[in-house]
Design a binder for this molecule. Structure first.
Ligand SMILES: [Cu+2]
Length: 273
């Protein structure tokens, strides 16, 4: 039953990727270490099976040689294991920069993003200093996205959306994660690793969706058991070409402004009192 759902079989042996360079690098790094592990596993188990078979006790056969220790062999496999660990550490550090640090947006990405610098110490920054910044807020049991550096509804109120985050392609998107009740975890597998959304603490992550994925929707879910509605706390990211993103953003902004106006009118008319 567990392996039945197609989601369980999506890239079942290594992390999902193909949506953002950080996710691709995590996947490649994982695959390299997995291959090294497979080679060592086959060598060790092969040698074990060979020895069990070759040196098995035979009826009326001679007593096999009783070996106690072999300094050269023991030093050999200790050094070899240490070298393998060093090689893995070296490869990991070579990949780490590309996983952790966001690149700049491409020229084909959203232009005119105001490129507001993140104020918080330890925040992510692209080499150009420009990125689309979205605040992600986890709450039982839905995700809210505030487009903080784009044109606002009012001075204090950014344009927002729930559940589906719409973003431009070829544009570096930096997320600031926060939660308003309990700890949640933001996770869209094809766009990178999980990031905790914690009340009272800001966490950062990023992704950059290549232009060839325009129109695609990347699905994910809250990855931290956060209450009885946790299973329903899903999320998706839709990638649109920058001009279509702009059109979506204008529509979203106008819809929100219209609903704000309608609500104000209702209040004035005394509806619901
Ligand atoms: Cu949750």
């Amino acid at each position: 039953m567990l392996i039945g759902p197609s989601a369980a079989l999506a890239d079942w042996i290594s992390p999902e990727s193909g949506g953002s360079p950080n996710a691709d690098k995590v996947d490649t790094l994982y695959t390299i270490v997995l291959c090294m592990g497979i080679v060592i596993f086959v060598l060790v188990e092969g040698l074990l099976l060979y020895s069990i078979f070759k040196f098995r006790a035979r009826r009326r056969g001679p007593q096999p040689a009783q070996v106690h220790g072999n300094t050269r062999l023991e030093v050999g496999w200790t050094v070899a294991a240490a070298v393998i660990v060093l090689v893995i550490a070296g490869i990991t550090f070579a990949f780490l920069g590309g996983i952790k640090n966001p690149p700049s947006s491409s020229p084909t990405g959203l232009q005119g993003a105001s490129g507001v610098q993140l104020a918080t110490v330890g925040a992510l920054k692209t080499p150009s200093g420009k990125a689309l910044h979205i605040d992600v807020n986890g709450q039982q049991y839905i995700w809210r996205y505030d487009y903080v550096d784009q044109p606002r509804l009012t001075e204090n109120r950014p344009v927002y959306a729930y559940y589906r985050m719409v973003v431009p392609t070829d544009t570096t998107v930096i997320l600031k994660l926060n939660a308003s009740d309990v700890i949640h975890s933001w996770w869209i597998p094809r766009l990178g690793g999980k990031a905790d959304a914690t009340p009272g603490h800001d966490n950062y992550t990023w992704f950059k969706i290549p232009g060839k994925y325009a129109g695609q929707i990347f699905k994910g879910q809250c990855a931290e058991l956060c209450g009885e509605g946790h299973a329903d706390m899903r999320a998706e990211v839709q990638a649109l070409p920058p001009d279509q993103f702009k059109a979506w953003f204008e529509r979203q902004r106008n819809d929100l402004l219209a609903s704000q106006k309608a609500l104000a009118a209702q209040r004035k008319a005394g509806v619901g009192q």
